[in-house]
Design a protein around this ligand. Structure first.
Ligand SMILES: NC(=O)c1ccc[n+]([C@@H]2O[C@H](COP(=O)([O-])OP(=O)(O)OC[C@H]3O[C@@H](n4cnc5c(N)ncnc54)[C@H](OP(=O)(O)O)[C@@H]3O)[C@@H](O)[C@H]2O)c1
Length: 369
């Protein structure tokens, strides 16, 4: 219904700025669905390697609720409406199914080089001998011969069973130990040198941890994937990432309304119910989720919203090419930050009497072991 409205008041690539360019002009891209978005219209950011990353990707974590086949179907459907960027991870437990979709997408005529596929190393695979086999499994499951981006999912090497309760603690849990993180990072660097990964990056890092990594890395991280939504804007970390030539990839960009129960607390706020967001959504006649996506892209991060609902993932993609937020709306949204972290990471705590805040180096120093 809203698409008719969108089509009639569409503006030309309004979100382009000097860090963003429009996508490749190659004519052979398979055509998007009739109501989809031509991938050439989706802005991209240029990385130091010259590679281009679409400014929106599809998240693929089913939050323990959405079965793998449904997520894989959404990947296929999202490619058909114009998505080219997919955020995957071994721990989401669905890379083998997503791989089947990626193969179909490529066989259907989308050149591999037009896709951007990210995967992540899970926390129980940080050991030097474990990194390459874990990577190879993701690569094989995804049915690819290289990845565009490989991330260390969390800076803590702590195993916990999938779906475990927030109170679960591993007896072997360890704090962040920079020397060990660098051993893992060296393995990622070797994957780049072997041509198996085009870029490497971090996820869930803090400023003090990133400072050390930037000091010691031979191959610098191109991005930090971090929680970013209007109620959790992380302005200091966001600025640090950008100032250091990295890209901020924003996870849970809509405030993860279907996140697992273990990631919910009574004090959490709900972005999509914020009166400022709701008012803008009413002006644009879109769901508040779409406003969150627009805010993210216009601020300069790359959101990776999850959806298995065609109407929703299509509206998120259209959000980045149509009807930008005004400067005044962007200013209003900057003021609704609630510093509300949703994915707190309690399961990574490594000793008694800690709280999740201890994981995030709030004092500006890495919390001592
Ligand atoms: N690096 C990390 O540690 C990390 C952590 C968390 C997440 N992630 C990544 O980030 C991705 C996104 O985060 P997330 O899944 O937590 O949360 P999210 O993208 O903020 O929210 C997803 C939810 O929003 C709904 N939604 C999406 N678009 C909508 C629209 N236009 N209108 C109405 N509802 C809409 C979806 O429902 P429907 O399916 O019904 O549309 C889904 O329930 C994950 O899938 C994963 O790839 C990474």
């Amino acid at each position: 219904m809203f698409w008719i409205v969108f089509a009639s008041i569409k503006k030309e690539n309004p979100l382009a700025d000097d860090t963003i360019m429009t996508a490749s002009k190659s004519p052979e891209t398979s055509a998007p669905a009739h109501d989809g978005v031509d991938p050439k219209r989706v802005p991209q950011k240029i990385l130091p390697t010259g590679a281009k990353i679409p400014v929106i990707g599809l998240g693929t974590f089913g939050s323990d609720r959405i079965p793998g086949p449904q997520v894989a179907e959404a990947v296929l459907g999202a490619a058909a409406v114009g998505y080219r960027h997919f955020d995957c991870a071994a721990v989401y437990g669905n890379e083998d199914l997503i791989g089947q979709s990626l193969r179909k997408i490529i066989e259907g005529g989308v050149p591999r080089e037009e896709l951007w596929v990210t995967s992540k190393l899970w926390n129980d695979k940080h050991g030097e001998q474990d990194v390459v086999p874990a990577f190879e499994k993701s690569l094989a499951d995804l049915q690819l011969d290289y990845l565009d981006l490989y991330l260390i999912h969390w800076p803590f090497p702590n195993y916990h069973p999938p779906g475990c309760d927030v109170t679960s603690r591993s007896p072997d849990a360890k704090p962040y130990i920079h020397e060990n993180y660098m051993k893992t990072w060296r393995k990622l660097e070797q994957l780049v040198e072997a041509g198996l990964v085009r870029h490497i990056g971090t996820s869930n890092m803090t400023i003090p941890k990133l400072r050390l990594l930037l000091r010691d890395a031979r191959i610098k991280p191109v991005c930090n994937e971090m929680e970013l939504h209007p109620h959790f804007q992380q302005p200091e970390l966001f600025k640090f990432v950008v100032d250091n030539g990295m890209i901020a990839i924003g996870f849970s960009p809509i405030g993860s309304p279907a996140r697992p129960d273990r990631d919910r607390t009574a004090s959490d706020t709900v972005d999509t119910e914020d009166p400022v967001i709701v008012e803008i959504a009413e002006r644009l006649r879109v769901h508040p989720a779409v406003v969150c996506v627009k805010w993210a892209v216009q601020r300069g991060q790359i959101p990776i919203p999850f959806s298995v609902n065609r109407r929703n993932y299509l509206s998120n993609l259209r959000a980045v090419v149509e009807n930008p937020l005004t400067d005044r709306e962007m200013e209003a949204l900057a003021r609704i930050d609630r510093n509300c972290r949703l994915i707190k990471g309690d399961v990574f705590l490594w000793k008694e009497n800690q709280t999740w805040e201890d994981l995030w180096d709030l004092s500006g120093e890495i919390i001592p072991a």
